[in-house]
Design a binder for this molecule. Structure first.
Ligand code: MV4
Length: 497
């Protein structure tokens, strides 16, 4: 431990820029790494030094542990920031970094190991009073046992892979008739996807909201939470819109969930930035889901409502300093949204699009922040995550932040590839979203049915965004057609005011 004077950023795109900027502000020298096609990227130009670490495919470059550590040593860096994705939650990497005497700006390998396995995480938190979804905390391979568990829990149940994350290897089972085949499939899927066929069973929560808490721990065992982010607007486990604070938490519930989040961190002696994920059900009961041991994509919304720089905090903690404030000092101020701008076509099943950013002009002005990593003329490559930028809005109230977001979406100019900007417009103009009346099924419930309402030939002829725009216009006069399950009253609507 000790003062950090030079940081290698083992990442690319917007998050590399995000980390480099804070380093620059702190007077810390910076080292970038890049793959062959990334030679001209913003992070390469912005850093004090930059080194090529290999060809396009991630496994030979951004995932190449030996190469990255070699560059860190050669350039005399004293710490490595992994960003998110790539090596950020790889315990072997953080161990290797520390073994050669460098500082890993992130949690210990021990914390990464525990939280990387859902059963290990359940076991660690079992010593604390943290609400868990009813279910079992051991691997299940026996069919008779699976049936017995399912009958005790009641259908539907969910089979989950212990090694899984982000929804991979999950299977919903509605009745006893299909449980045997679903168990077989879940096990073989888990084995081939993660090299570990352990699966376990939980009661299935049908309409959860996804609420996560930002926590920080220091190396002396002090903890704080920086409130929640609501991330229910996602498709296929890929988040699209996030906000802070959540529209549905009361002060009392926020306090209880925050304390539970800190206990989750405590259970694995966590230090650094971490995120504790919960599901919130229709009765406002919450359940611990998993902990992510990295700085998350959506961290800017937390920065806006707290006024903190989370990367700066990460660096101070990595240097061995205490968290410089107490829980009581923390207050939520205003409301923030983030829209992830992906190079994906919302009118074509969100298929990734690649190509040159022929036009690229980001919005700005009061209440708008754009975290991006590319400029006009650059290519969005098929090799990596299709995230182009994060459009972030901030206002005194939720309504104000929504207005600013819609203004900024209109102002954004991207030509050359399809993006999720029109989808963002759809979400931020949607009555249910504006009312805070949504859960993790929002996209499936509203967006896909809305596309079916557009005649097929018309859809093929027209430019994607034009179709969506015209539908959005139409929607305003046919607002009752939107929902497919509007027969049931929504619990969220009542609570949000
Ligand atoms: C669940 C669930 C319902 N019941 N567990 C999805 C990703 C992984 N982190 C856990 N996930 C879920 N676990 C039980 N017992 C529903 C989901 C889920 C979900 C959770 C958070 C955010 C979005 C989601 C989308 C679909 C399913």
């Amino acid at each position: 431990m000790g003062k950090i004077s030079k940081v290698l950023v083992a990442n690319r795109g917007e998050i590399a820029m995000r980390v480099l900027r804070t380093c620059r502000e702190m007077g810390i020298k910076t080292v970038a790494v890049y793959s062959d096609p990334d030679r001209e990227c913003n992070h390469v130009r912005f850093a004090d030094e930059a080194y090529n670490i290999g060809p396009a495919d991630s496994s030979s470059s951004y995932l190449n542990i030996e190469k990255i550590i070699e560059v860190a040593q050669k350039s005399d860096a004293d710490a490595i920031h992994p960003g998110y994705g790539f090596l950020s939650e790889n315990a072997r990497f953080s161990k290797a970094v520390e073994k050669v005497g460098l500082i890993f700006i992130g949690p210990s390998p021990h914390s990464i190991d525990i939280m990387g396995n859902k059963l290990a995480a359940k076991k660690a938190v079992s010593n604390f009073d943290i609400p868990m979804v009813p279910g079992v905390d051991h691997p299940v391979a026996d069919k008779a046992e699976a049936k017995k568990i399912a009958e005790e829990l009641g259908f539907p149940i969910l089979i989950k892979a212990a090694a899984g994350g982000g929804g991979k290897g999950m299977r919903v089972v509605d009745s006893i008739d299909t449980i045997e085949e679903q168990l077989d499939r879940a096990i073989s899927e888990a084995k081939s996807a993660f090299g570990d066929g352990s699966v376990f069973i939980e009661r299935y929560i049908t309409k959860p909201r996804h609420i996560e808490f930002q926590i920080f721990g220091d190396k002396k065992g002090n903890y704080v939470h920086l409130f929640e982010r609501e991330c229910s607007i996602q498709r296929r486990h890929q988040k699209v819109v996030e906000e802070a604070p959540s529209a549905v938490l009361t002060e009392e519930l926020r306090d209880r969930m925050g304390k539970a989040a800190i206990d989750v961190a405590r259970s694995c002696d966590y230090y650094g930035a971490g995120t504790v994920e919960f599901m919130l059900d229709e009765n406002l009961d919450f359940y611990f889901l998993e902990m992510n041991t990295r700085l998350q994509v959506e961290h800017p919304v937390t920065e806006l409502i707290t006024g903190l720089d989370l990367v700066k905090l990460q660096i101070h903690i990595a240097e061995g300093e205490d968290i410089p404030f107490s829980q009581e000092d923390m207050k939520i101020s205003g409301h923030a949204f983030e829209l992830r701008v992906y190079a994906e076509d919302p009118m074509n099943q969100f298929l990734p699009d690649s190509g040159v950013l022929k036009t690229y002009r980001a919005p700005d002005g009061n209440g708008i922040r754009v975290d991006d990593g590319f400029t006009q003329g650059q290519e969005i490559s098929i090799h990596y995550d299709p995230l182009i930028s994060k459009l972030i809005s901030y206002g005194e109230t939720r309504e104000e932040a929504i207005s600013k977001m819609l203004r900024a979406i209109e102002e954004y100019r991207i030509e050359g590839l399809a993006t999720t900007l029109p989808f963002g417009k759809y979400v931020f103009e949607h009555r249910a979203f504006i009312d805070g009346d949504f859960d993790t099924k929002f996209v499936d419930r509203y967006f896909y049915p809305s596309l079916k309402e557009i005649e097929k030939p018309e859809r093929d002829q027209l430019e994607a965004s034009v179709v969506l725009a015209s539908w959005l216009h139409q929607k305003k006069t046919h607002s009752t057609k939107m929902g497919t399950d509007s027969d049931k009253p929504s619990p969220w609507r009542r609570r949000y005011s």
